[in-house]
Design a protein around this ligand. Structure first.
Ligand code: PLP
Length: 426
């Protein structure tokens, strides 16, 4: 007796129900949704989860719609902000013997991406805007410098005019780390679209999220081609899968950084909310800054473009480290690294905790890329190598804000902050 051929469709109601479960839909609603879905005839090719050769690809739609929104010629969706950075660096020819300038205040991934790309990170000071100090960048340039990586920390725009001018003068690439700043702007242009490439993170904690995910933004055809090659195991699945190399440097061994279709589907919906989210956050940020009165020993951190800020933290700089600690530990709703730093809590956003780099820890004993025949000179990696950054961060306290806040709630925060700080400094 021969067994009857079982009709088998790979992705059906079961997979959809697992996705729906993420949204914490009630058991009753889940039951009703399941009934409806079970009553539907599934197309045999339903659930095509591959981005290429897929006329319904969500990744492709997400890339196209993002490109249109931010005004970037190319957008490459990848699986994390870190992947976006590594793909951009590799695309730009960063590799053994080259140096990339990164600020000392950023999430560790900015600097580690440089090491993953086999190059040497050169850590420089920030200024009071909490972003890369252009004067420090100039001092750090050597004949080996290949790229500058400004980071728009806390959704605060870096001084892009100054950084672009330095880069053009010295023929350097600018790779913007806009991981924390998607949708923010500098002088009317979306962050991530000003440098040669821009890198966005879409992880769960960013302005918009796809669970995990990232974007490379660029107007440069060649940088896009190379980033695409690298993100796709050496261009195995580019539009013409069997094409030969069109130009030297197009094909080389890469990673698989492709964004999953499920993430891109979420991204499409999130993208539609991007401007609204940032407008709300910026409105709260502006309101609290204009209404709250700070004590004489504190001031708002200066900003390169207030209209373009999109972060969830409002930065206050105190004159002294001890004052920041006093404000943060008084439990009046202020956060910041200052207090944590004194308790020895390691925060991965400050360079002095990046022991992997300061101590040149590497996955294998050979010590590449720090020890490499191509490396002429290594930076003097020390916890006190950027004293200004350390001083600024230790004087910083932040007020958390959210796009869900109403104007009245923002005003209430401003009033409470004014009172609480005046009591502390009365
Ligand atoms: C400034 C900065 N760069 C890069 C990254 C890395 O992004 P992802 O977590 O998506 O890899 C982050 C994430 O927190 C970040 O804050």
């Amino acid at each position: 007796m021969t067994a009857a051929k079982m009709p088998w469709i790979k992705y059906t109601t079961e997979e959809l129900m697992e996705l729906i479960d993420i949204f914490q839909v009630s058991p009753d609603a889940q039951h009703r949704i399941r009934e409806i879905l079970d009553g539907e005839a599934h197309a045999p090719d339903a659930g095509n989860f591959f981005r290429y050769y897929n006329p319904r690809s969500k990744v492709e739609q997400f890339e196209k719609q993002t490109a249109q929104k931010v005004g970037s010629k190319h957008v490459l969706a990848v699986n994390s902000g870190t992947s976006a950075l590594v793909a951009s660096l590799v695309a730009g020819g960063v590799g053994p013997g080259t140096e990339v300038i990164v600020p000392g205040y950023t999430f560790f991934a900015s600097a580690s991406a440089v090491v993953v790309a086999k190059a040497v990170p050169v850590i420089v000071d920030i200024d009071e805007t909490l972003t890369m100090d252009p004067a420090a960048v100039v001092r750090a340039i050597t004949p080996r410098t290949r790229a500058i990586m400004p980071v728009h920390m806390l959704g605060l725009p870096s001084n892009m005019d100054a950084i672009m001018e330095i880069a053009r003068k010295h023929n350097l690439l600018v790779i913007e780390d806009a991981a924390q700043a998607f949708g923010g702007k500098y002088k009317g242009r979306y962050l991530g679209t000003i440098g040669d490439t821009g890198c966005v993170s879409l992880d769960a904690y960013k302005v918009i999220g796809t669970g995990e995910g990232g974007l490379v933004l660029t107007n440069d055809d060649w940088l896009y081609t190379r980033a695409q090659s690298y993100h796709d195991t050496a261009a195995c699945w580019r539009s013409d899968r069997y094409a030969v190399e069109r130009k030297t440097g197009e094909l080389f061994c890469g990673e698989n950084y492709r964004m999953p279709e499920t993430c891109a589907a979420v991204g499409l919906a999130q993208l539609r909310k991007l401007d609204q989210i940032n407008q709300r956050t910026n409105a709260c940020w502006t309101r609290i800054r204009s209404e709250a009165k700070l004590p004489a020993c504190a001031r708002w951190a200066p900003v390169n473009d207030p209209a373009g800020v999109c972060g969830y933290n409002l930065a206050i700089l105190f004159d002294q480290h001890e004052q920041a600690v006093k404000a943060i530990t008084a439990k009046i709703g202020l956060g910041g690294l200052a207090a944590g730093d004194t308790r020895g809590v390691r925060d991965w956003h400050v360079y002095w905790n990046w022991e992997h780099i300061l101590e040149q820890k590497t996955a294998t004993p050979e010590g590449c890329p720090f020890k490499c025949p191509h490396v002429v000179n290594l930076p003097d990696y020390r916890p006190d190598m950027c004293p200004r950054t350390r001083d600024i961060i230790r004087r910083l306290a932040v007020v958390g804000i959210s796009p869900a806040m109403t104007d009245d709630e923002a005003s209430a925060i401003a009033a409470k902050l004014t009172t609480d700080l005046s009591v502390l400094w009365s």
